[in-house]
Write a protein that binds this ligand. Structure first.
Ligand code: NAI
Length: 420
């Protein structure tokens, strides 16, 4: 084992992090089952894995599952505000190399990303595409590319970046689109984001939602969840979209749809979850009413135009942890949560453990798939094999204590054969 060069806040925080991971373990039966299997079969023996995912207890448990499979783990966070220092310390305590500090400067964050790649990984587990992008653009790291078997991408935004790299002929190793697995985006993006975004808003603001107006920008998998939970909390929900089909879906789900410029004066809460930039911009800020609360749940902190807001504001003030107030030239104060970074992670603990049990089981199985099928891939971008997706669903259902019907041979014939 090489020297552990971890860069974290304080190893003395490890006990608190271990406690958090233990709670996750108790609520992640799929991952625990895989951990036990990997301890026996060691699918990652002799392999180095570089991982960049929001570094909280569920991710830490994924890291321990991969380590149990024999992997040498090099871990960084995928956002300075979502890293939990006690969890980072717990992983170092368990012998993993971690480069992540909560509230890291851009330089510190970049150094962490660089360090996990400089270790020369066989596999990369990425969230948002930063690791893969850096590996392909940094002259020093590019030399390590031939060693990489492949990688897995966790989120929608990362997949959009990978698809662009692949289209332009720049991608140089295989990547699995984990987000596209049914067992990932059906649940993580919709139910995970839906619940954890409102948890982040509630615990940060401690304000009522019922009777207020929530503006949800983007009605994709995440936006549907955020809108659904807003309705459940008693809010009037307005959706903004650019896709006419999604807009009709939102209308038929019972929500009002309009452009952001019309929604801006009406909203009490604004949640962006599009993967696009400047979804709420300077013109929109000036239309808002006193006390409007803005936050983002999309991967990057570009959906609420923070640069524009900083230029526009005549005064700013920290109102409460994770709530920054901005006084606009018209005298109105508006508030931004978690600096416009993913509100569920910057201001909360992210998705519920049972949800990440599914997403991270798919991650672990995809990593195993890459090792088992090394050198066999025709395409550089691939989806999680359907049998992995369905088998994960069957196991999760069993852990939930639910059974479903099984087709009889007669039904199989009726559904699949042309001679009926
Ligand atoms: P999606 O592709 O299913 O949905 C995005 C929606 O936003 C689309 O319907 C699109 O038409 C719409 N959109 C794009 N630009 C827009 C604009 N300027 N104004 C209004 N609507 C616009 O993507 P998904 O899976 O919902 O992900 C959205 C973002 O959330 C991504 O950045 C993704 O990486 C991130 N994400 C965040 C999570 C979290 O924990 N906060 C969890 C999973 C994904």
């Amino acid at each position: 084992m090489p020297a552990n060069k971890s860069v974290i806040r304080d190893i003395k925080l490890a006990d608190s992090g271990l406690l958090k991971i233990d709670w996750v373990r108790r609520n992640c039966p799929l991952l625990t089952m895989l951990k036990e299997e990997f301890e026996q079969t060691k699918p990652f023996a002799g392999k180095k894995i570089a991982l960049s995912i929001h570094l909280e207890a569920k991710t830490a448990y994924l890291c321990l599952v991969l380590a149990a499979g024999g992997a040498e783990m090099y871990v960084t966070g995928s956002n300075p505000l979502s890293t939990q220092d006690d969890v980072a310390a717990a992983l170092v305590h368990e012998g993993l190399e971690v480069h992540a500090i909560h509230g890291a400067t851009s330089e510190e964050y970049a150094a962490g990303t660089h360090a996990v790649l400089a270790a020369g990984p066989d596999l990369i587990i990425d969230d948002g595409g930063d690791l893969v992008y850096l590996m392909h653009t940094d002259p020093e790291l590019q030399k390590l590319i031939p060693h990489v078997i492949g990688g897995c991408e966790e989120t929608t935004t990362g997949i959009i970046r990978l698809e662009a790299m692949n289209r332009e002929g720049k991608l140089r190793f295989p990547m699995v689109r984990v987000n596209n697995a049914m067992m990932k985006h059906f649940f993580d993006n919709r139910y995970g984001t839906g619940q954890s975004v409102w948890d982040g808003i509630d615990r940060t603001t401690n304000l009522v939602v019922a009777g207020k107006t929530a503006v949800v920008a983007g009605y994709g998998w995440c936006g549907k969840g955020v809108a659904m939970r807003a309705k459940g909390l008693g809010a009037r929900v307005i959706v903004t979209e650019i896709d006419p089909v999604k807009a009709i879906e939102a209308v038929m789900d019972g929500f009002d749809v309009m452009p952001m410029a019309e929604a801006a004066p009406l909203g009490d809460f604004f949640i962006t979850v599009t993967g696009c930039n400047k979804v709420i911009d300077e013109e929109d800020f000036l239309l808002m009413h006193e006390g409007a609360i803005l936050c983002n749940a999309g991967h990057f902190d570009v959906e609420v135009d923070m640069e524009g807001l900083h230029k526009l504001a005549v005064e700013s003030k920290l109102m409460r942890e994770n709530i920054m107030g901005y006084k606009l030239p018209n005298g109105i104060w508006i508030y931004v949560l978690g600096e416009g970074r993913l509100v569920n992670l910057a201001c909360g603990d992210g998705h519920p453990a049972e949800i990440m049990d599914m997403s991270f089981a798919i991650q672990a199985l995809s990593a195993k798939y890459l090792v088992e099928h090394q050198g066999e891939f025709d395409e550089l971008l691939m989806d999680v094999p359907t049998d992995v997706d369905l088998e994960t669903a069957r196991k999760k259902l069993a852990f939930m204590g639910k059974n479903i019907d099984v087709l009889t041979p007669e039904q199989e014939h009726y559904l699949n054969d042309s001679d009926v």
